[in-house]
Design a protein around this ligand. Structure first.
Ligand code: SPV
Ligand code: MG
Length: 434
């Protein structure tokens, strides 16, 4: 008996639908179907991570009668798996002729030629895709539990998790919906940062904790109502240790994925202020107690506590920062934010180099406000896992609003500013109402 032909199908299948079944059924007609199931990391390299993790997706695909075997496809490119398997056929819907997968398709055709393999492209099942179904589900609402865990999953599957400051629902929606295509990849922000600085400024108050946590949580809930992405909460120094468990409970209930606490005491001052006199750093052992308290209070282990080290802000040295990082990590912190107000990332990179060698190493977070020239690719090279763009949306909005107000005063009418601002039609249609 002639051995059966080998058919390769690359799939992500987050949510299985009739389009996938159609592809697998077609593939089955040509021989034994080997599914190269894209790993979470492979998917994260070009779009948002899947709802279901690799292990769960694998169980689903393995149990489809048309499938002989499931193997991991660890890259977006099919080439490494194809070279190993040398299939007689590759089956893929014809939708990849256009758009971001165009290049992947070309590479498949090229490599198949080497052993006379053939590409079969059944007509794409119209009006259905995992992304479409996912968006429909997301619109119905995402549960706080799902949302809390999402940040940890992003950290384990992405090279770097991109977080942008959000100070109200509208900025939350920008972060939620903005997607751009660049180099055959879909780029988007992974989550929101609820910043004490921009939340306070939006309410006309200084960033010195004059905005209490109930007000901060109220803004937070507004944002959570209309978005689904994870949120990282700036909790200043966390307040009194005796009150921390209540704060953790409120944040978890709202679906927050991580809280960041900074190791400063006394009247709070924003870290980017030049003059930090009268600002003191907490004793590492006392701050460690706060971390432990948060770990003990949380109900969901995926709710992360991130310890923010202010040594560099207060003029202390690398040794002090490193000593603290180890103590905080030992106390149970899930990640370390090493803060700096230098113009270059040299300071945080020197910390990263040393901390990486420590047995207490945990993921690192960067906030490139003053060293904004740093590229994400360099943060990745230096082992940073989260980047927080901490204030840019408010800084973008304020000058634009100020200028509009000024122009109306200057001209005695609004016409001159009309061309520079969103139209009435657009603003009416900005928020969906169905
Ligand atoms: C914030 O955005 O409120 C922060 C970061 O805590 S910083 O402004 O740099 O202190
Ligand atoms: Mg802050």
């Amino acid at each position: 008996m002639k051995p059966k032909k080998r058919v390769y199908v690359g799939l992500s299948v987050d949510i299985i639908h009739e389009g996938h079944i159609n592809i697998l059924k077609t593939a089955y007609k040509y021989g034994d179907v080997i599914v190269g199931l894209l790993t979470d990391e492979a998917i994260a390299s070009y779009k948002n991570i899947p709802y279901l993790n690799y292990a769960r997706r694998k169980v689903i695909i393995e149990n489809i009668k048309f499938v002989k075997k499931v193997i991991p496809q660890e890259t977006l490119s099919y080439v490494p798996n194809l070279k190993t398997i040398k299939p007689d056929f590759v089956v893929h819907g014809d939708d990849w002729k256009k758009g971001i997968q165009k290049q992947t398709r070309k590479d498949v055709i090229k490599v198949l030629k080497k052993w006379n393999g053939k590409l079969i492209e059944p007509r794409y099942t119209k009006n259905i895709s995992s992304t479409k179904i996912k968006n429909m589900i997301l619109e119905i609402g995402s549960s706080p539990v799902n949302r809390i865990s999402r940040l940890k999953r992003l950290i384990s599957s992405k090279k770097i998790v991109r977080v942008l400051e959000s100070h109200n629902s509208l900025t939350g929606l920008i972060i939620e919906n903005l997607k751009i295509n660049k180099n055959f990849k879909i780029l988007e922000f992974d989550g929101m940062w609820s910043s004490s600085l921009t939340d306070s400024a939006t309410k006309g108050k200084p960033d010195n904790s004059s905005l209490d946590f109930s007000s901060r949580i109220s803004t937070l809930n507004d944002m959570m109502d209309v978005t689904t992405k994870p949120l990282v909460f700036d909790a200043d120094n966390g307040g009194q240790i005796e009150h921390l468990s209540f704060l953790v409970r409120s944040l978890e209930r709202s679906g927050v994925s991580a809280m960041i606490i900074e190791d400063k005491v006394g009247l709070k001052k924003n870290s980017l202020f030049k003059n930090q006199s009268n600002t003191k750093q907490d004793k590492p052992s006392i701050f460690a107690k706060k971390i432990k308290k948060i770990c003990k209070s949380r109900q969901n282990n995926d709710f992360m506590v991130i310890a923010r080290i202010e040594s560099f802000i207060l003029g202390k040295n690398l040794k002090d920062a490193l000593k603290r990082a180890e103590i905080y990590s030992k106390a149970g912190a899930d990640a370390i934010l090493i803060h700096s107000k230098e113009k270059t990332p040299a300071q945080i990179f020197s910390f990263a180099r040393e901390f990486k060698k420590s047995k207490y190493f945990i993921p690192m977070v960067s906030v490139p406000s003053t060293y904004s020239k740093v590229y994400e690719k360099d943060l990745i090279k230096n082992n940073f896992k989260i980047v927080i763009y901490a204030n840019q949306l408010l800084r973008a909005a304020y000058p634009s609003m100020h200028n509009a107000a000024k122009k109306i005063l200057e001209k005695g009418r609004a016409l001159e500013i009309d061309k520079k601002i969103i139209s009435i039609k657009e603003i009416i249609n900005l928020i969906k109402n169905d």
